[in-house]
Design a protein around this ligand. Structure first.
Ligand code: SF4
Ligand code: SF4
Length: 313
């Protein structure tokens, strides 16, 4: 893999090396624009970008901005939870405690699955009532898909296993297509990982590295690749909508959908929200995650599904 440079900064020299990435066949150029030293002297990180080029066609296919706004998405008021939504949350807690206390030996039996889906249906009510009380409306709708270019992380082990169990019932051809697509997504993320890590070693980014989790920066960078989730069909509908993970359900836009594309990730005034459950709910979900975990330290939708679908092959 070759690395190409633009810009006059001597600091660009850090990229004057051939980088051997993990993913054979992935051909990417990294190009750094902007006089890095001048911006550093002014204490500004603006105009520093990583540009990715296909090594064969030489077409640019991604730019990752690493500026201040990108790293500081700004603050926005949290949604307040009205009493009716609190009541729904109490019902979610009852279901989650049942899932925990029943002590099922696996997470793909009908009872565990039924309770999980019941909790997710209640979560939808909790979200709808909370948003309504805020006076806002959810912009998300059927066929709206750009947020599905995020690399779905932070999913629970049991969610991945339930999804995979359902995918195993699909025709072999469709399963193979999904597996291939998951492989592509995992590969794209792994290709990006060392590039972002190297970038964060620069003096320019030391403070950012200290303030923001490197994985979060990696995931934001992945979003800019605009890779479609392997579960989006050709009508832009989620193939696993009824059993999609909580992380997909929780991400909503309460304003103008034009802020959703990755190019807008720099904007501080974006109207996307994540409506979380309370601490006890999250503790129970974590406990269930570890109880049914079969691939430690993996919480990504694509790589977990890939592993589950590969079992027994
Ligand atoms: S978050 Fe944005 S892109 Fe995703 S469904 Fe909602 S409005 Fe559409
Ligand atoms: S699983 Fe479904 S909702 Fe989640 S990112 Fe993929 S297509 Fe979108």
């Amino acid at each position: 893999m070759m690395v190409r440079l633009a810009g006059a900064s001597p600091l660009c020299a850090i990229y004057k090396q051939t980088i051997d990435r993990n993913c054979p066949g992935c051909k990417v150029y990294l190009i750094v624009t902007g006089p890095l030293h001048a911006h550093a002297a002014r204490g500004s990180r603006s105009n520093i970008q990583m540009k990715f080029f296909d090594a064969v066609s030489d077409q640019e296919y991604m730019t990752v901005a690493m500026n201040d706004k990108y790293m500081n998405p700004g603050t926005r008021p949290l949604l307040s939870i009205p009493p009716e939504a609190e009541q729904i949350h109490d019902m979610i807690m009852i279901v989650l405690r049942q899932m925990r206390d029943a002590g099922y030996s696996d997470c793909i039996n009908d009872d565990f699955r039924r309770l999980y889906l019941q909790a997710m249906e209640l979560y939808a009510d909790y979200q709808r009532i909370t948003v309504k009380a805020s006076g806002k409306t959810i912009s998300c709708g059927s066929g709206c898909w750009i947020c599905c270019c995020h690399y779905a992380e932070d999913i629970y082990s049991f969610e991945a296993e339930i999804i995979s169990c359902s995918l195993k019932k699909l025709p072999a051809e469709e399963r193979a297509r999904i597996k291939k697509s998951c492989e592509k997504a995992v590969c794209a993320l792994e290709r990006l990982r060392p590039i972002v890590s190297e970038k964060l070693l620069l003096d320019e980014y030391r403070q950012i590295s200290a303030d923001i989790d490197a994985d979060d920066i990696l995931l934001s960078s992945y979003y800019q690749l605009k890779n479609r989730c392997p579960f989006l069909d050709d009508r832009n509908l989620c193939l696993i909508y009824a059993i999609r993970p909580l992380t997909c359900r929780a991400y909503i836009n309460l304003g103008d959908p034009s802020v959703c594309p990755p190019e807008m990730i720099n904007e501080a005034d974006t109207s996307t929200y994540i409506l979380d459950l309370n601490e006890e709910a999250n503790d129970i979900l974590d406990e269930l995650h570890f109880r049914y975990e079969r691939y430690p330290r993996d919480t990504s939708l694509c790589s977990l599904v890939l592993k589950y679908l590969s079992e027994g092959q």
